[in-house]
Write a protein that binds this ligand. Structure first.
Ligand SMILES: [Mg+2]
Length: 171
C-alpha cells in the first residue's frame, strides 16, 4: 500500500538528472518542486550552478515548470528572474497543479517527469497523477515549518521502503 510513495527513481541531486538522459527516455518537460529540491528552502535565488542546469535543459528544448506549495512571493521571486513558468500554492499532493503544469507545457503525461524532495507531497502527488517520479535528497537538512510535520511521516515510510529493499542510497 505504501508503494504509492515509491518514486520511480531516486538521485542525490537534481544535477544527476541530465538532458541527455531525459531525452533518451522521450521526456520533453520537467515539473519540479522548489524548496529543498532546487535550492535550500530559505535561499531566495538560484545558484550559478542551477542557472547553468536550467540553461542546459533549455538548449535541449526540455521545458520546466516549477510547482510549489509555497506562497506567491517566494515562488515568483525565485522563478521570475529565470523566466521559468511557475505554479504557487499548488496544494501537492493534490493532482490539480500537476495537470495544469502539463497543460501549460503542452506535452503528454508520458513526456514529463515530476521531481521533488518530499514523499508526502511531490512523490505522492506525482504518483497519484500517473507521472514518472524522481525523488532527490533534500538540499538542506533543515525545513520550513509545514514540512517538518511531513518529514516525521516520511521518515517512517522511507524506513519501510528501505527495509523492503525498494529504496537505497548511502546516507
Ligand atoms: Mg520541497
Amino acid at each position: 500500500m505504501l508503494e504509492i510513495f515509491l518514486p520511480n527513481e531516486h538521485v542525490k541531486s537534481i544535477f544527476d538528472i541530465t538532458p541527455e538522459q531525459l531525452k533518451s527516455k522521450g521526456i520533453k518537460g520537467i515539473i519540479t518542486d522548489l524548496d529543498n529540491t532546487l535550492v535550500e528552502w530559505d535561499r531566495p535565488n538560484a545558484t550559478p550552478k542551477l542557472i547553468s542546469w536550467f540553461e542546459e535543459l533549455k538548449k535541449h528544448n526540455i521545458l520546466v515548470t516549477i510547482v510549489s506549495n509555497n506562497n506567491e512571493a517566494r515562488v515568483k521571486a525565485f522563478a521570475a528572474p529565470l523566466q521559468i513558468p511557475f505554479i504557487f500554492m499548488a496544494k501537492k499532493p493534490m493532482t490539480k497543479a500537476f495537470k495544469r503544469a502539463l497543460r501549460q507545457m503542452g506535452i503528454k503525461k508520458e513526456e514529463a517527469v515530476v521531481i521533488g524532495d518530499q514523499l508526502m507531497t511531490d512523490v505522492l502527488g506525482g504518483n497519484l497523477s500517473g507521472f514518472h517520479t524522481i525523488l532527490v535528497v533534500p538540499v538542506s537538512q533543515s525545513d520550513g515549518f509545514m514540512t517538518k510535520f511531513n518529514r516525521l511521516l516520511e521518515r517512517r515510510i522511507l524506513n519501510w521502503l528501505r527495509k523492503k529493499g525498494m529504496l537505497q542510497w548511502e546516507d
